[in-house]
Design a binder for this molecule. Structure first.
Ligand SMILES: Cc1cc2nc3c(=O)[nH]c(=O)nc-3n(C[C@H](O)[C@H](O)[C@H](O)COP(=O)(O)OP(=O)(O)OC[C@H]3O[C@@H](n4cnc5c(N)ncnc54)[C@H](O)[C@@H]3O)c2cc1C
Length: 403
């Protein structure tokens, strides 16, 4: 094995899988039903019922690499555990390991003041509140974050914030109490990467209007509570500025590395689960005189899916190991590579599973439509494929700068 698990991780994984069997899989149907019936503005009771159980079993905050707040795991150690959680849409939040809270907690831990940590990090780590990250804007191509237009203007002891954001995951959640907002403090700075800042904005500040939930392929709430939010003359104390004016990109780099790898780890789990469903289904259905599993086209797809999942997992573990050993900045090629490879792999595997399920694959009964929505949205969220490919190519070509 290229990346063997330590005894500590083997034991945590065993306990996690056991919890999944006892509490997560048996409650998935209820979770999807609650999400559908209650919609994106409500808390789903099943999640709140299960969180204390996970916490009591020590299966809580397993992310946060090398931190005294979490389980003290490295990215490489966390990878197989995050993969297990990714097998179900219900699981990550139950273990307090869901996006965008994990990324936001990492930002608060790294860049927040002691007061910020006390006021926001503590309740987030306790799973008492949730958070959002507002960067993307409807008016500009936000994959190029230098385009972001929202303004953060200093006014005495305060900053005044104006802007329209969308795809702000979590903003419709009534437990969402804090927003990490990205906007321009210095729009005329000749260095476009010094124009942006990030600032903490409590969600109950006057002037914030959560306009509407946005469906993701028709789904509201699960797999994502995407929302549109308008900020009008929102006034926050100057101490809410993170790290300092003009340092938004620096924070974004720190935040998006771990966020991206967590998405990939979870997607590998989702692809594994999907392949399991596909194998069970094709063994149980007979068409034209033999089980669908005996059609060579089915076998070819299953074999290809297995190869693609293993490749994606190795690439992801390699990126996790690089982040642990050389840091997120140096590991940016590895992170960019998995961010392209894994969602594309998952889309293909889920697509084959939908096909193998026949018409039922397009219903919500098998969890495949939600799985596909998740994999497909991740070809866009945290940067579209093209932007990551450009970065990989740029770094590759740099090796030949003297040619
Ligand atoms: C479900 C979901 C949840 C999200 N959650 C959040 C969140 O919590 N917070 C947040 O701030 N954002 C969030 N996002 C937004 C996401 O990060 C952006 O959608 C993404 O960065 C792309 O920005 P854009 O939508 O403005 O697309 P644009 O920038 O308009 O790009 C459109 C397309 O142009 C093409 N393109 C862009 N650049 C290049 C290039 N260099 N080369 C070739 N082609 C290119 C790509 O095909 C790209 O998809 C979420 C998105 C989704 C779908």
């Amino acid at each position: 094995m290229l990346f063997p698990m330590s005894p500590k991780v083997v034991e945590l994984k065993r306990r996690l899988e056991n919890f999944m069997d006892r509490h997560i899989y048996p409650n998935e149907e209820r979770f999807y039903r609650e999400a559908e019936e209650l919609g994106p503005w409500k808390v789903y009771p099943i999640v709140e019922e299960l969180k204390p159980l996970a916490r009591a079993e020590g299966l809580w905050n397993l992310f946060l690499p090398q931190s005294h707040h979490g389980a003290g795991l490295t990215n490489l150690e966390y990878a197989p555990l995050c993969e297990v959680m990714g097998r179900s849409h219900l699981a990550p939040e139950v273990f307090n390991c869901s996006a965008p809270d994990t990324g936001n907690m990492e930002v608060l831990e790294r860049y927040g003041s002691e007061q910020d940590k006390e006021r926001w990090l503590k309740p987030l780590l306790a799973g008492e509140i949730r958070s959002c990250f507002a960067m993307t804007e409807p008016a500009v191509a936000s994959s190029d974050a230098t385009n972001i237009e929202s303004r953060i203007v200093r006014d005495g002891d305060h900053y005044v914030i104006n802007g329209r954001k969308w795809y702000t995951t979590n903003a419709t959640d009534p437990r969402c109490k804090i927003c990490i907002f990205m906007g321009k403090t210095d729009p005329d700075n000749p260095d476009r990467h010094r124009q942006q800042s990030m600032i903490l904005v409590p969600m109950d500040t006057p002037g914030i209007e959560v306009k509407r939930p946005l469906p993701v392929f028709g789904f509201y709430g699960v797999p994502d509570r995407a929302s549109e939010v308008v900020f009008t003359d929102v006034r926050v104390p100057k101490e809410n500025m993170l790290l300092g004016e003009g340092r938004g990109f620096e924070i974004a780099q720190g935040r998006l590395g771990p966020g991206r790898i967590h998405h990939c780890m979870r997607l590998i789990g989702l692809a594994e689960r999907t392949l399991e469903k596909m194998c069970r289904r094709v063994r149980s259905r007979v068409a034209f005189g033999k089980p669908v599993s005996e059609q060579t086209v089915t076998q070819e797809r299953i074999a290809e899916a297995r190869i693609m999942i293993e490749q994606a997992r190795l690439l992801t573990l390699n990126a996790a190991s690089a982040m642990d050993t050389v840091g997120n900045k140096v590991a940016r090629t590895e992170i960019a590579m998995i961010k392209v490879a894994v969602p594309n792999m998952a889309c293909q595997v889920i697509d084959w599973a939908i096909q193998a399920h026949g018409g039922g694959g397009t219903s919500n009964d098998f969890g495949l439509t939600q799985a596909y929505a998740t994999a497909r949205l991740l070809r866009l969220a945290d940067g579209p494929d093209e932007v990551h490919r450009n970065q990989i190519a740029r770094l590759e070509l740099k090796k030949y700068s003297n040619v």
